[in-house]
Write a protein that binds this ligand. Structure first.
Ligand SMILES: [Zn+2]
Length: 411
């Protein structure tokens, strides 16, 4: 829906040896279960200890499929003295993009969406305080999972192994956002021996993420059920001698258990994910009534920001069936208590007659109320204004001036 971008910024960081080591699966012939668990942690769950998700509270349990859906256009920035390292980084980018099936070309400051920044600094710190090797930041849409931009910072002054951290960060920048430490993977660093290059498991995870059936924006549970089959295909293609696949039901139930914890803590996205599971029968029986009960529960969450997510999902048909009328009623409750983005989005529905009868006076009223504190509402107000009669403009202005927020507290 127009009117709300929903951009998430996410940070990944690597290039240091951790103090703890965990037992790792062997490099050759990784089992289907190990790769599926690794895919969950790397692409969907992310890594709680590193705080690498940008999706807000409960987000680590409710990650979505996020990946590049547009060509990658790279640009080299910063220090240029280490030509070999620059060439190595571009080669890593091209190799990862080729496995992902994403086209890649060099661009300019105006066109680039993938920035490779070479630095030599003491200011790039890892989470344990050491001088970090590399860092990735990137933006993706909170619901559609489409990547917009990534930056890789490579610290030429680090004592960490740069080959490891370039390959590691490159996978972060393509959507493997977490650290599957039990997998033999360049994404892991809690290991006895550092893995310098992409492994068989990494290739399978990346191929699975970029399989065309794995749509960006899919919920964690939906993605896991889908990944179960895709991983089996990819690993057989890569390694015909791979050991047989085992049943993944227990793993799906772990994901459901995580979602239930997040749902209890008041996460709208978790409740909608569970609703989606009952909608499509994702490792749970298809159950329309339970789906509706979960949507109703999410719509009544005490936090206006969480209710906004529910309205946004309903209006766009994310996770649950599209229902603009229900979205409008949630936006209206939020608007009444002063939630700015809800006021703007309610105004859009009123302006377009979507889910509610068209009402230009009320649309202009809500744009006007939000306009002082919210730029997008001001722009929407400006574009609507010339289309309205002076009578409507005056009535909306009068109602906006008289409006006061209802008592419910807004967080
Ligand atoms: Zn990392």
């Amino acid at each position: 829906m127009r009117g709300f971008g929903g951009i998430a910024a996410i940070i990944g960081l690597s290039g240091f040896l951790a103090a703890t080591a965990v037992a790792q699966t062997t490099g050759k012939n990784p089992s289907h279960a190990d790769i599926l668990r690794g895919f969950d942690i790397a692409a969907l769950y992310a890594d709680k200890s590193q705080g690498t998700t940008g999706y807000g509270s409960g987000a680590t349990m409710t990650g979505i499929v996020a990946k590049w859906t547009r060509p990658v256009v790279y640009r080299v920035d910063g220090m240029t003295y280490d030509k070999a390292r620059i060439a190595e980084t571009i080669a890593s980018l091209k190799r990862v993009a080729a496995i992902a099936g994403v086209s890649v070309s060099e661009g300019t400051e105006a066109t680039a969406n993938f920035i490779l920044v070479f630095r030599n600094t003491d200011n790039l710190r890892s989470s344990n305080g050491g001088k970090a090797g590399c860092l990735t930041s990137w933006n993706s849409h909170q619901w559609t999972g489409a990547f917009n931009r990534a930056e890789l910072h490579i610290n030429l002054g680090t004592r960490s192994d740069l080959t490891q951290c370039i390959n590691h960060e490159m996978l972060h920048a393509f959507g493997l956002r977490g650290h599957p430490h039990k997998l033999h993977s360049v994404m892991s660093y809690y290991t006895v021996r550092i893995v310098f290059d992409m492994t068989e498991a990494d290739t399978v995870m990346l191929q699975t993420l970029y399989d065309e059936r794995m749509k960006p924006g899919l919920s964690r549970l939906a993605a896991m059920v889908l990944a179960d089959g895709i991983i089996e295909e990819k690993r057989r293609a890569l390694n015909p001698a791979a050991p047989p696949k085992t049943d993944s039901t227990a793993l799906f139930h772990d994901v459901i258990a995580d979602l239930e914890v997040a749902a209890k803590a008041g996460s709208a996205r978790a409740l909608l994910s569970l609703a989606e599971a009952y909608r499509f029968g994702l490792s749970l029986p298809k159950d329309e009534a339970r789906m509706q009960a979960l949507i109703a529960q999410a719509a009544q969450l005490p936090d206006a920001a969480q209710r906004f997510d529910v309205a946004y999902a309903l209006n766009n048909g994310y996770f649950v069936p599209q229902d603009a009328a229900h979205a409008a009623s949630i936006y209206r409750r939020n608007a009444d208590v002063g939630h700015l983005t809800s006021q703007n989005n309610l105004a859009l529905l009123l302006r377009d007659g979507k889910g509610v009868p068209q009402d230009m006076t009320e649309a202009l009223m809500w744009f006007t109320i939000a306009a002082g504190k919210y730029d997008l509402a001001e722009r929407n107000r400006q574009s609507l204004l010339p289309k309205l009669t002076p009578d409507i403009q005056a009535a909306a202005q009068q109602r906006a001036a008289a409006w006061r927020p209802a008592a419910e507290s807004v967080r």
